[in-house]
Ligand binder design. Structure first.
Ligand SMILES: [Zn+2]
Length: 334
């Protein structure tokens, strides 16, 4: 069998993936309860998986929205991962993404809106970086979460974006990649958060033609499998299909890698009995890798799968992001 025909032979089992996402909430397993600290993020991964496959209507909209609102922590002004948890930037970002998908104007936030804005603003430190919560560490990931929250709320302003941009650029390494903090090793997930944050604040042009960065990203493809790794010498993993390919897509360079081989790698990581996608073939599936496998397939060829086109900056459907991208601060009519 030729390599090409082998690639074509892996089937995409959409119906099983839909059922897999629906079943997430009824998996009352030990792992399920352990994952309480990530529950709102998990819901975002599920909602994004379904909307990408044009299947969002299988979830009960009212219950999803009610759950998200019930995670709001009045004391901090942010959303926690679960009802009665303290507000955190990660879950606040997930909450706003989910609500935005269902309610483009975010009218449902009502008086919570100004408190959410203050919560996120107060997490920015003097050097432009962000903490995840008042006690938490600094991580370039949180800059992405913060500027995305402001973009979703239509509240991006130069007092936030200019110091954030300066801080991100300090996190770029000699190899072209970005790390967690200045001087930290380059890592693909961090490259995504830094590039996407720069894109949100309209500063991606600063690194757009950086060949070290483009080379570093292209070198993440591991052959012969075709999957991407997060750092040199590491095993390929489905979630990097998203972190790396979305980064290349933002730079307009996704054709620098073998997309056919990447697509095949993602498809071979499906659980053909139960649905869902794992990090590597034959491993245990989870909603995180299912989401980034399917959004990765959307980036590769959304038309072939009858998917929605995904926005590489926001990891939300383009039809949603097109409605608020006009809110970039320098575009707001005075
Ligand atoms: Zn992974």
């Amino acid at each position: 069998m030729s390599e090409e025909s082998k690639v074509e032979s892996v089937e995409f089992i959409e119906d099983k993936h839909v059922q897999y996402v629906i079943d997430q909430d009824s998996h009352r397993s030990f792992e399920y309860w352990l994952s309480e600290h990530l529950r709102l993020n998990g819901l975002y991964w599920g909602v994004t998986t379904l909307i990408t496959m044009n299947k969002l209507d299988v979830l009960p909209e009212n219950e999803v929205i009610e759950f998200v609102i019930s995670c709001w922590d009045e004391k901090s002004g942010g959303f926690g991962a679960f009802p009665n948890h303290d507000g955190h930037l990660l879950s606040t970002h997930s909450a706003l993404q989910i609500l935005k998908i269902y309610d483009n104007d975010l009218k449902i936030l009502d008086t919570k809106r100004s408190k959410i804005i203050s919560f996120v603003k107060n997490l920015q430190l003097e050097d432009g970086s962000f903490q995840g919560d008042r006690f938490g560490e600094v991580d370039t990931r949180f800059i992405y979460n913060a500027v995305s929250c402001f973009a979703l709320l239509g509240e991006l302003t130069p007092d936030i974006t200019e110091p954030a941009t300066k801080y991100i650029l300090k996190c770029q390494n000699f190899d072209g990649g970005f790390g967690l903090v200045p001087g930290a090793e380059s890592h693909a997930a961090q490259v995504f958060t830094c590039l996407a944050a720069l894109a949100v604040v309209d500063s991606l042009h600063i690194v757009q033609e950086d060949t070290r960065l483009i080379d570093w990203l292209s070198e993440r493809q591991v052959l012969p499998s075709g999957g991407f790794n997060g750092r040199p010498e590491k095993l390929p993993d489905v979630c990097y299909s998203w972190w790396v390919l979305s980064s290349l897509a933002m730079l307009g360079k996704q054709h620098y890698v073998d997309l056919k081989k990447l697509e095949n790698f993602i498809l071979t990581c499906q659980d053909f009995q139960e649905g869902g996608i794992s990090d590597r073939p034959d491993n245990q599936t989870d909603i995180y890798h299912t989401c980034f496998g399917i959004t990765g397939l959307s980036l590769i060829d959304y038309k072939k799968y009858n998917f929605k086109e995904i926005d590489p900056i926001y990891c939300m459907p383009v039809e949603v992001t097109m409605k608020f991208k006009k809110w970039k601060y320098n575009d707001i009519p005075v």
